[in-house]
Ligand binder design. Structure first.
Ligand SMILES: [Mg+2]
Length: 224
């Protein structure tokens, strides 16, 4: 590790995998079960949001009022319960280009790998399970830690140190994500971010959003 990086944080959706709409499907089923109405969260939410934000915005847009805490918790719980089958049945589920090879190589090179995801912790592992990718990650920060992406990134940093067993300087972290929200969250906690143009944002858009490095896909490798 010539540049001194120790821990690398990966976003999930649009960076490692795409669930082919499984998350959206599980939300529709959750709203149907709780409120008797299928809701298309794609109309109300945006990529890179945490699960709780997605549920809250979709609820507000559909019912014209804020959900209570109980209503949000119920929806999150239902979403999580429908997610395994939605992921399993998703025809469009795929591992993004170069992801598995890169993760294998980073582990062999001795890096500590973690997740930073707006998914709840369980949701994150459900999404990675189908492709057998959970085995690479030893810690993470999740949508179940906070609805705020910079707070959940901070949670990941603390857990990285616990896992590593020693202090890790901010400059020794590197985060990898596919949206301007990932870049913003990384910078808000003081770490650098690699933008991966493998999903909805282009190289130019991610560079414009302030990414420290931009790559077209994980096949290109990380700037380590
Ligand atoms: Mg993403």
């Amino acid at each position: 590790m010539p540049n001194g990086r120790i821990a690398i944080l990966f976003d999930i959706d649009g960076t490692l995998i795409t669930s082919g709409g499984a998350g959206t499907r599980a939300w529709a089923l959750a709203f149907e079960k709780a409120h008797g109405k299928e809701v298309d969260i794609g109309e109300f939410s945006d990529v890179g949001m945490t699960d709780a934000e997605v549920g809250k915005l979709s609820f507000e847009a559909t019912f014209g009022r804020n959900p209570t805490q109980d209503e949000i918790e119920k929806l999150l719980e239902l979403h999580q319960s429908f997610l395994p089958i939605a992921v399993e049945e998703s025809q469009g589920y795929k591992v993004l280009d170069g992801a598995e090879d890169l993760l294998s190589k980073l582990i062999l090179d001795g890096y500590l790998l973690g997740l930073v995801s707006g998914n709840t912790e369980k949701g994150a592992h459900i999404k990675l399970h189908r492709a057998n990718l959970n085995r690479f990650f030893s810690f993470g920060g999740y949508g179940s830690d906070s609805t705020d992406r910079s707070e959940l990134t901070n949670a990941a940093l603390s857990r990285a140190e616990l896992t590593y067993g020693a202090r890790i300087q901010l400059s020794q972290f590197l985060s990898v994500g596919d949206t301007p929200r990932d870049i913003e969250a990384a910078h808000s906690v003081g770490i650098q971010c690699v933008g991966v143009a493998s999903h909805k944002f282009s190289v130019a858009q991610l560079a414009g959003a302030g990414a420290d490095y931009v790559i077209g896909s994980l096949r290109e490798g990380l700037p380590l």
